[in-house]
Write a protein that binds this ligand. Structure first.
Ligand code: BES
Ligand code: MN
Ligand code: MN
Length: 464
C-alpha cells in the first residue's frame, strides 16, 4: 500500500545534501557557552538566543523575535499559513547546565567534536541539539515544500536549567499570541537501549535550602565543644529525620495528594524492556535502593523523592582544624508526582524542619523554586500522531515512559494555556545530560529531524 501522506523523498534528498552543513551549524550553536545558571554567562545566553533567531530566519520562519524577559530572552518564531489545520507550540531550551567537573571531559565542553558516531559537547542532547534539529527540520520542510501542513509557533527559552523562573510571566503576557491546539516539547529522550519513546509523565519539583546558624564566628572546639550546639551536627540530625530507611519521606502530609498507581499503570511500567541488573552495573553500584514496595521504574518515574543536592559548612581544607562551625547548609529537592503541590510541600518541609531542629541553633528553610508534575493521556490524538511518526521513521513500536526529570513549563502549558503536551525527544538515556561528555548520536540527530517533519504530516492527517 502506498503511504497516504505526502512523500518525504524530497526532504530525504535535501537532508542528505545538507548533512555536513547541518553538522557545522550544530557545532556553531554548541560553541556558545549558554549556561543560564551562572551570571557571568548572561551575554552568552543572549548570543545563543540571537544565533538561534538568525538560524530560524534563515530557515524561513516568520515573526522571529528575541523577546526580553526579566531573565534570559525567549526566542519566538512562527509560521501560520496552514488555514484550518492545527496549531502547535514547539518548545525547547537553548540554555545548558554548568560543565564542572571540567577535568572529567575528554574534550573541552564548548568545543564540539564528533567522536565515533557521537557529537560531544555540553548541550549536545539537553537541549541545544534538539532545538537545533527542530530548526533544521523546519528549514528542510520549507526548502522542499514551501509550506508546513500545520501552523507552528516556536518558543525556545533560556532559563529551563534554572527552573524557568520568568517563563510563566512571559506565557501569561503573550497568551493571545500563543493560542494553539497542542504543545510539542523536545526535551526528553528515548528509553534504555535507544528505544523510541514518548514521555507521558514528568515529575515536578520543590527545591529548598536549609541554613543552620549557631554563633557569629567559628568557635574553638576544645574550648566550647560539649557546651554548645554544633550547626553541622544539627543539620545532620535534621536531614536524618526527613526520610526513613524504608525510603518513606517523613514530612506530615507528604503523600496526601499522590495519585495512586493503578494496576494498569504498574503493568505498563513492568512491561517495558528494562534490565535492572544492567542498569545497576552501568552505574557501578552494588545495590539499588528506594521506597519499599515499588519497582525501580516506579521509584524513578512515578513516585516522589527527597534528596540532598549539596551540603556544606565548617572546615573543608586539607589536614585538620578544630572548630565548631558557625553555620551549616544544605540544598535539597523533592521530585513530585501528580497531584502534589510544590507550595504545600515546601510548607510541610519548613514546619517539619522547625519541629525536628535541635535547640541552640537558628534554622531557616527557604524556598528556591518549584513546579508541578505532568501526565499526558496516551490516547490523545496528538500523542497518537507522535506514535505514527516514530513508527514510520524507526519501523518499531514506540514505548510510553515516565521520566523522573522535570520540565517546569510542561505544567504551565497545561494550566496557563490549557494545552495538551506531547513530549518527544531523541537522545539516548545514557547521553550524559548534566554530566561530563554529554553526547547525541548522529543517527538520532538525523532520524529525529525526520521524525519531526513526519510528525507535522501526521498531525495534519489526524483531522481527516
Ligand atoms: N531535559 C531535562 C528534563 C528531563 C530529564 C526530561 C530527563 C526527561 C528525562 C531538563 O533540562 C532538566 O534538566 N530539568 C531540570 C529542571 C529543574 C532545573 C527545575 C531537572 O529535571 O532537574
Ligand atoms: Mn532539558
Ligand atoms: Mn537539563
Amino acid at each position: 500500500m502506498t503511504d497516504p501522506l505526502t512523500t518525504t523523498d524530497d526532504i530525504e534528498t535535501y537532508l542528505d545534501a545538507t548533512r555536513e552543513a547541518r553538522l557545522e551549524s550544530y557545532k556553531a550553536f554548541l560553541r556558545i557557552p549558554s549556561v543560564s545558571g551562572i551570571p557571568a554567562h548572561a551575554e552568552d545566553c543572549r548570543a545563543a538566543a540571537e544565533w538561534l533567531a538568525d538560524s530560524m530566519r534563515t530557515a524561513g520562519l516568520e515573526h522571529v523575535e528575541v523577546c526580553e524577559t526579566s531573565g534570559h530572552p525567549v526566542v519566538y518564531a512562527d509560521w501560520l499559513h496552514a488555514d484550518g489545520a492545527p496549531t502547535v507550540i514547539v518548545y525547547g531550551h537553548y540554555d545548558v547546565q554548568p560543565v564542572d567537573p571540567l577535568d572529567l571531559w575528554t574534550s573541552p565542553p564548548f568545543e564540539p567534536v564528533v567522536v565515533g558516531n557521537r557529537m560531544l559537547a555540553r548541550g549536545a542532547a539537553d537541549d541545544k541539539g534538539q532545538v537545533h534539529l527542530h530548526v533544521m527540520a523546519a528549514a528542510a520542510v520549507l526548502a522542499t515544500r514551501g509550506a508546513f501542513p500545520v501552523n507552528l509557533k516556536y518558543v525556545f527559552e533560556g532559563e529551563e536549567e534554572s527552573s524557568s523562573v520568568h517563563l510563566d510571566g512571559w506565557l501569561e503576557a503573550n497568551r493571545d499570541r500563543l493560542a494553539a491546539d497542542v504543545a510539542f516539547i523536545s526535551d526528553s529522550g528515548f528509553f534504555d537501549g535507544n528505544l523510541p519513546a514518548i514521555t507521558i509523565g514528568l515529575r515536578g519539583m520543590m527545591y529548598a535550602q536549609i541554613d543552620v546558624v549557631g554563633t557569629a564566628v567559628d568557635l574553638h572546639s576544645g574550648q566550647f565543644g560539649g557546651a554548645v550546639q554544633n550547626p553541622a551536627n544539627a543539620l545532620a540530625q535534621i536531614i536524618a529525620a526527613l526520610k526513613g530507611p524504608d525510603g518513606r519521606i517523613h514530612l506530615p502530609g507528604f503523600y496526601d495528594d499522590v495519585r495512586t498507581l493503578t494496576d494498569a499503570d504498574r503493568a505498563d511500567l513492568a512491561a517495558l524492556p528494562f534490565d535492572e541488573d544492567v542498569y545497576r552495573t552501568e552505574l557501578g553500584l552494588a545495590a539499588l535502593v528506594g521506597e519499599v514496595g515499588f519497582t525501580t521504574l516506579e521509584r524513578r518515574g512515578a513516585r516522589p523523592t527527597l534528596d540532598v543536592n549539596g551540603i556544606w559548612g565548617g572546615f573543608q581544607g586539607d589536614g585538620a582544624k578544630t572548630i565548631i562551625p558557625a553555620h551549616a547548609h544544605a540544598k535539597l529537592s523533592t521530585r513530585l508526582v501528580a497531584k502534589q503541590n510544590p507550595t504545600k510541600i515546601f510548607e510541610a518541609l519548613r514546619d517539619y524542619v522547625a519541629q525536628v531542629a535541635p535547640p541552640g541553633v537558628t534554622v531557616t528553610t527557604t524556598y528556591i523554586h518549584g513546579g508541578e508534575a505532568s501526565l499526558t493521556p496516551t490516547d490523545h490524538p496528538a500523542t497518537q500522531a507522535a506514535v505514527r511518526a516514530l513508527r514510520a521513521v524507526y519501523g518499531t513500536e514506540p514505548v510510553f515512559i515516565r521520566e523522573g526529570g522535570s520540565i517546569p513549563v510542561t505544567a504551565a502549558f497545561d494550566h496557563v494555556l490549557g494545552l495538551p503536551v506531547v513530549l518527544l525527544g531523541f537522545p539516548q538515556p545514557n547521553c550524559n545530560a548534566h554530566a561530563p561528555n554529554e553526547w547525541l548520536s548522529e543517527a538520532n540527530f538525523e532520524s529525529g529531524t525526520r521524525t519531526i517533519a513526519r510528525f507535522w504530516d501526521e498531525l495534519a492527517a489526524m483531522r481527516r
